[in-house]
Ligand binder design. Sequence first.
Ligand SMILES: NC(=O)c1ccc[n+]([C@@H]2O[C@H](COP(=O)([O-])OP(=O)(O)OC[C@H]3O[C@@H](n4cnc5c(N)ncnc54)[C@H](O)[C@@H]3O)[C@@H](O)[C@H]2O)c1
Length: 261
Amino acid sequence: MIFAARFAGKVMVVTGAAQGIGAGVATRAAAEGASVVLVDRADFVTEVEEAIVAAGGKAVSVQCDLETYEGAAQAMTTAVSAFGRIDILVNNVGGAIRMRPYAQFEPAQIDAEIRRSLMPTLYCCHAVLPVMLGQGSGTIVNLSSNATRGIRRVPYSAAKGGINGLTQALAMEYAEAGIRVVATAPGGTSAPPRRVARNPLGDDAQEQAWMAEAVAQVTSSAFMKRYGTLEEQIAPILFLASDEASYVTGSVLPVAGGDIG
Ligand SMILES: NC(=O)c1ccc[n+]([C@@H]2O[C@H](COP(=O)([O-])OP(=O)(O)OC[C@H]3O[C@@H](n4cnc5c(N)ncnc54)[C@H](O)[C@@H]3O)[C@@H](O)[C@H]2O)c1
């Protein structure tokens, strides 16, 4: 079967849609026919919405903090108010805030990594379930990472291991309700400078050195010995989100040049 406009008539919620992989997923899905709901706590998420609408697509944006359950609930309520249903949820919010050996993490910094890279996805999966169960269908694509086997960011690695467990268990629990749950595990990805930094406090010289060690490990662990591009991350996410992947669930697809995380 050939899918010409893979997302025609579909409603897709993308979290962390103001920049990076999330903005790219939303923009391309809209170009392929999706009505997209762009969720981010950065106010410039409206610029992605404006660009999609200017190109003839359908989009709304919602500004909220997905580290709170209220934020996740607000995102889903906004999507249903705007477009009446949610066919696809892409849980993209996440990212290591700090790079350092585990012994150097302060307890509050460990908590912050889990709040950033696990809780938004846990909350959004829970908040979307009543909608998808009511429809009898839905697809959830989570963003994991090759960092599940990597250095200098153990709390983030643990959060992404949590994403893998969530993906598999949720898929098992809800497959017969018509809901697919899948994930990609990106490797190092080249992107323009971030408008919202992962660590708003900035990195000192020691932290930059630890970051360089992580980058060297990520690059050498990839068979291809290079970072991927944004496009190389976006395409597999959209494949898994589409009906082309209708018999795929509970899978975490490494997208890391041969590194399996
Ligand atoms: N970029 C990479 O090299 C890479 C590698 C492996 C995995 N990943 C994963 O891919 C995903 C996207 O990565 P990226 O580099 O494109 O992200 P990014 O850091 O460039 O952007 C993240 C977006 O999420 C938003 N955000 C963060 N916390 C939020 C919150 N609590 N509520 C609402 N919005 C929030 C930010 O404002 C930002 O727009 C993440 O889950 C990341 O862990 C990325």
